[in-house]
Design a protein. Structure first.
Length: 181
C-alpha cells in the first residue's frame, strides 16, 4: 500500500512534532498544488479525458486559493486556518483508521498466503450512512476499501461499488468469509 510509507514515516517522528509537521506539509502541498507532478503526469497521460482532468484540477485549485484569499481579505484568516487544520486531520483520521500499520506484522512470515484473501481479511470498509453511494463521498472513497485493496488500480470509488458484488461472490465461491466491517 502506497500510503503505508507516508504514515510509517510520520510514526518515526516524536509525538509532539507530528501534528505541526504533517499539517505544515499539507499546507505547503496546498500552495504548491503538486504542480510539477501534475504537469509531468499530463505529458505521460494519454487518456480521453485528460483535458477535462486538467480543467478540473485548475478550476478546483483556483477556487481553493480564491477561498483562502477571500477569507484573509475578510479578516477570517484564523477561521480559514482552523477549517483547513480540522479538514486535513479528519480526512487523515479516516484514511489511517482504515489501514493496519502494526509494526510487528513486518516480522511475520507471509509465505503460503494468498494475497487477495489477505487483503479481504485485513482491510477495513468504512460505513457512515449505510448507503454506499453516499458513503463514498463522506468517507473519502473508503466505503468499499476491501475492494480497493483487491483491485487497487480502479480509478473511481463507484467502480469499487460496482465490483463489490463480484468480489463477494468470488469470496463465497472460494470459502472466504466476507464479514461486514
Amino acid at each position: 500500500d502506497v500510503k503505508r510509507t507516508v504514515f510509517n514515516y510520520m510514526l518515526t517522528l516524536p509525538r509532539f512534532v507530528r501534528l505541526p509537521i504533517f499539517t505544515l506539509q499539507k499546507f505547503s502541498e496546498f500552495f504548491s498544488g503538486h504542480l510539477l507532478r501534475f504537469f509531468v503526469a499530463l505529458r505521460h497521460l494519454e487518456e480521453r479525458n485528460s483535458k477535462l482532468k486538467a480543467f478540473q484540477f485548475i478550476f478546483l485549485r483556483l477556487y481553493m486559493v480564491a477561498e483562502m484569499c477571500w477569507a484573509f481579505y475578510c479578516g477570517q484568516a484564523l477561521m480559514w486556518c482552523l477549517q483547513f487544520f480540522l479538514t486535513v486531520w479528519l480526512n487523515m483520521f479516516q484514511i489511517v483508521a482504515s489501514h493496519d500499520f502494526e509494526l510487528e506484522r513486518e516480522s511475520h512470515d507471509y509465505t503460503g498466503l494468498d494475497w487477495g484473501i489477505f487483503q479481504i481479511e485485513n482491510a477495513l470498509d468504512t460505513y457512515i450512512t449505510g448507503c454506499m453511494h453516499i458513503d463514498i463521498f463522506l468517507s473519502a472513497g473508503l466505503s468499499c476499501h476491501r475492494v480497493h485493496h483487491v483491485l487497487p488500480y480502479q480509478k473511481s470509488g463507484f467502480a469499487n461499488i460496482a465490483s463489490q458484488p463480484i468480489i463477494m461472490e468470488t469470496c463465497k465461491e472460494f470459502g472466504v468469509e466476507w464479514e461486514p466491517r
